[in-house]
Design a protein around this ligand. Sequence first.
Ligand SMILES: NC(=O)C1=CN([C@@H]2O[C@H](COP(=O)(O)OP(=O)(O)OC[C@H]3O[C@@H](n4cnc5c(N)ncnc54)[C@H](OP(=O)(O)O)[C@@H]3O)[C@@H](O)[C@H]2O)C=CC1
Ligand SMILES: CC(=O)[C@@H](O)[C@H](O)COP(=O)(O)O
Ligand SMILES: [Mn+2]
Length: 394
Amino acid sequence: MPHAARTLTLLGSTGSIGTQALDVVDAHPGRFVVEALSAGGSDVDALAAQAARYGVRAVAVADAGRADALREALRGAMGPGAAEVEVLAGPQAAAEVAGRGSDVVLNGITGSVGLRPTLAALAAGSTLALANKESLVVGGALVKAAAAPGQIVPVDSEHSAIAQALRGGAREEVRRIVLTASGGPFRGRTRDEIRTVTADQALAHPTWAMGPVVTVNSASLMNKGLELIEAHLLFDVPTDDITVVVHPQSVVHSMVEFRDGSTIAQASPPDMRLPIALGLSWPERLDVVSPPCDWTQAASWTFEPLDEHTFPAVGLARAAAAASATHPAVYNAANEQGVAAFLDGRIGFLDIVGTVERVLGEHEGAAAADVTLQDVEETEAWARARADELLARR
Ligand SMILES: NC(=O)C1=CN([C@@H]2O[C@H](COP(=O)(O)OP(=O)(O)OC[C@H]3O[C@@H](n4cnc5c(N)ncnc54)[C@H](OP(=O)(O)O)[C@@H]3O)[C@@H](O)[C@H]2O)C=CC1
Ligand SMILES: CC(=O)[C@@H](O)[C@H](O)COP(=O)(O)O
Ligand SMILES: [Mn+2]
C-alpha cells in the first residue's frame, strides 16, 4: 500500500544534518514533502536553491540583515515563483516556522539557540526529529514537559542507536546505557600533548564529517558530556547508569545492557543518513540510504575506557546534571563561548573545558527542579558573559 507523504520542516537546512536530510528526501521520492526551511543566513544562495528545488512555501533566516539578499536569491533561483514563497527573518524566525508545524520538524540547528524552535515544534504537535542536542540539554525538564510520549525522536547517532535497542522492550529491564565515543582526533594523547593543538587539528574528526562546533566538541569530549545528559533526559536513565566507552571505529553507535546481562548494540558504518532517515520515518524503517556493514571483509571493533584525566568533560557533565536544573545550561553556554574563541584563535584548546569548569563552579543553580524558559535564558546569558570574561584573560 502506498504511504501518505510526510510533511517536513527542516531547521538548519544548509548545514551538515540539513543537507543530509535532503539526501534522504531525494532517495525516497513521494515519501516526504518539504514545506519549510530555515538557516542562519550565511549562504542565502544555497538556501534559495533548496527552496526552489523542493518547492517550499516558507523560508526563514535568523539574520534579519540577510532577508533582502534571500529574496533576491529566491528570484534568481525561481523567477516569478519566488513571490509565492514566504520569507521570515530575524532571531525568532526558526521558532516561528517551527511553530506552524509539519508532520515532522527536524531541528538541525547548532547550539542552544535551537531551544525556542524545539519548544515551538513540540507546542505545534509535530514530531520533533532532534539533532540539536543542546536544546534538550539546556531546556531539560522544560523540554520534557512540553513533549508528549514519543514526540521526540532522537537523530543523534548514539541516541538513535539506544532508541532502536529499546524498541519494544520494557524500561524496567534496562540496567545500563553504554554510550560509545570515537575519542576524537586526540585519543591516546596526554593533556600536555593537546595543550597546543590547532583548530585545524581539532576539526579533523577521525570518523565523521560534521559541522565545526560538534566536531570541536567531539575533540574535547564535550560532545559526549552533552550526549550523556541527552541520554539521561531522553531515556529516563540515571547518569550513574550511563557508561561512556571509547570505540574508535564509530560502527557500534551505542548499546543497552539489560538486567539479565544481555547487551543489544546497534551497528552501521558511520553515516548520519541512517539515523536521519529513521528520525524522519520513525517508527518505520526506510530502504537503505547508507551502506550497511560489509560482513565479507575482515574488521575489528575495539573498545577502551575513557581517559578522564585528559578529557574531564564527561565527568563535568555528570556533575552538572546532578548539581541543579540550570547547571547543564551553564555547561553548554560556557562551552559555546569557548569553542567560538578557540576557532577564532583567541584561546588554547584546554581553555575550552577549563573555562566550562570554572563557570560551572561559580554557578549557584536553580533551587527548583523545574525551570522556566526565562530562567534558562537568564542563566545562559550570565554563563556566556562570565565565560567571555574568563576567556578574555587567557
Ligand atoms: N553533523 C552531524 O553529523 C551531527 C550533528 N549533530 C547535531 O546537529 C546539530 C547541527 O549540526 P551540524 O549540521 O553539524 O551543524 P552545521 O554547522 O553544519 O549546520 C548548522 C545549521 O544551522 C543553521 N543555523 C545556525 N543558526 C541558526 C539559527 N539561529 N536559526 C536557524 N538556523 C540556524 C546554519 O545556518 P548558517 O550556516 O546560515 O548559519 C546551518 O544550516 C548540532 O546540534 C549537532 O550537535 C548531531 C549528530 C551528528
Ligand atoms: C555522529 C554523531 O552522532 C556525533 O555526535 C558523533 O557522536 C561524534 O563523534 P564522537 O563525539 O563520538 O567523537
Ligand atoms: Mn552523537
